[in-house]
Design a protein around this ligand. Structure first.
Ligand code: PFF
Length: 466
């Protein structure tokens, strides 16, 4: 039974854990592909603006709701006196649940590649696509079988998460992040030096710093905004949970700016690693996004790079740390809710929850493989459709739940709890918040309008926004 609430033992512990949540597959896997598609430097610049104007204020808002309420994500809205808004917390918890189901499986694939490059790199180089498909249950000549490799590695990945969560906030999450995050930064720097010193990397570098007006479109702006939310873990109520473990003495503004800077830095550095490396080894037409890119195209990069195998292991280790620390934050916010709301015991809750999410995740992996599992979706253009189960899961979180939860937080803080209360929470302990007027306007008018636009557009046109 969780009686007294856990707290971070130190400022650094919190910062690393929150940065660990933000820095994940979204930064290292999704961002470079999106930056390439969105015109390189053009996308990077717009992304930076989105982080400054929407990311920072929303993160600050979620952290202040968490710290003011000292409660889990559903309890937070009750505690701040507005039962009617607890749906926002529910959307957050359910969203985190759905994301974890598939995030943990992709995490398992990453683990598979750490082991793969360490022990059987020549097999990957010989047939990168075949190796990826074999993991998902496709054999030679159209043979298909249960994707047991992917499932097995996902099980190990989930187990690693559960062990950390069971140990608790301070002993588990904080301690893991204190090791994982510095390791991640070190590996990142090593890879950056490797990538930019490859002969031919200049073209990729030039692409990432050049601004091209013709690439600027509404779609690019939306894509950057969706990516910023996903990358900063906004709209999943995780920051409310992590904020609730923060003591009053902490300066929320400084912490927010630091976390957003670290997250953005990692995304941009990942772009500066992957794009120049792909330009230098495979050529620009090979830069893509999605699973195929992180797992298939990069094989060619490592194969052609001196010391490639070592750098491959380092790269997937980097991705593994990033995925673990993000997945831990997702599970923690669900566990915090379940243990506090239903008075369940932490260890047993974590074990059962991890098991259920792992099993649902198996459906995600199977639908990537040969099993024709379908989900259901609706958008105004195509009407009712039956996409693959894995796509339906991602649509549900990226197109609906993340924007809906972020919108709910903005409406709640902007119009019900009031920005002045958030500012009062932020200014605890004599902190001065110089930009509070700008913040109030952003949270009351601009952010909800922008998010509503995302929500409507994604449901109306079926555009993928994150
Ligand atoms: N921010 C993480 C990433 O960039 O991979 C993913 C994520 C974690 C999204 C937690 C949402 C979330 F609540």
């Amino acid at each position: 039974m969780e009686n007294s609430r856990a707290q971070w033992s130190s400022k650094l512990g919190f910062i690393l854990a929150a940065a660990g949540s933000a820095i994940g597959l979204g930064n290292i896997w999704k961002f470079p592909g999106r930056a390439f598609e969105g015109g390189g430097g053009t996308f990077v610049l717009i992304y930076l603006l989105m982080v400054i104007f929407f990311g920072v204020p929303l993160m600050l808002t979620e952290l202040s709701v968490g710290r003011a309420s000292q409660a889990n994500v559903v309890g937070a809205f009750h505690k701040l006196g507005h039962r009617n808004y607890s749906w926002v917390g529910w959307v957050g918890v359910v969203g985190a649940f759905v994301i974890t189901c598939y995030y943990s499986h992709v995490g398992g694939w990453v683990l598979r590649y750490v082991v793969g490059y360490a022990f059987e790199a020549p097999e990957i180089y010989a047939d990168p696509l075949g190796y990826f498909y074999a993991m998902l249950g496709y054999g030679a000549q159209g043979a298909t079988f249960f994707p047991w490799i992917a499932v097995l590695f996902a099980a190990v990945f989930m187990l690693l998460n559960a062990v950390v969560i069971i140990r608790g906030v301070e002993d588990g999450i904080e301690r893991f992040n204190k090791i994982g995050m510095p390791a991640l930064f070190i590996i990142l720097v090593i890879l950056l030096v490797r990538a930019v010193t490859l002969p031919g990397a200049e073209d990729g570098l030039r692409y990432l710093v050049s601004f091209d007006w013709s690439k600027l479109s509404f779609q690019t702006v939306l894509s950057a905004l969706g990516q910023a939310f996903y990358s900063l873990s906004i709209g999943m109520a995780i920051l409310i949970t992590y904020g609730s473990y923060l003591p009053r003495s902490e300066n929320l503004v400084k912490n927010t700016v630091l976390i957003c800077t670290m997250d953005t830095l990692v995304a941009v550095i990942a772009g500066f690693i992957i794009i120049p490396a792909v330009f230098a080894t495979l050529g620009p037409d090979q830069v893509g996004k999605g699973g195929g890119f992180a797992f298939v195209s990069l094989a060619g990069v490592f194969e052609q790079m001196p010391g490639g195998r070592l750098f491959a292991v380092l790269f997937y280790l980097l991705l593994l740390f990033a995925a673990l620390t993000s997945c831990i934050s997702l599970i923690e916010s669900i566990v915090a809710f379940l243990t506090e709301h239903f008075n369940w015991e932490r260890k047993r809750t974590t074990i059962w929850l991890s098991l259920v999410m792992f099993l649902i995740g198996c459906l995600y992996t199977c639908s990537q493989a040969a099993y024709p599992l379908k989900g259901i979706w609706f958008d105004a253009v195509k009407g009712v459709s039956f996409p693959a189960f894995c796509d339906a899961m991602e649509f549900l979180t990226d197109r609906l739940m993340i924007p809906a939860c972020a919108l709910g937080v903005c409406i709640f803080v902007g119009w019900v709890w009031k920005p002045e209360s958030a500012v009062a929470e932020i200014e605890q302990n004599g902190v001065r918040f110089g930009l509070k007027k700008v913040y109030e306007i952003l949270i009351k008018y601009i952010a909800p309008l922008a998010i509503l636009t995302i929500l409507i557009l994604s449901l109306a046109t079926g555009t993928t926004l994150s």
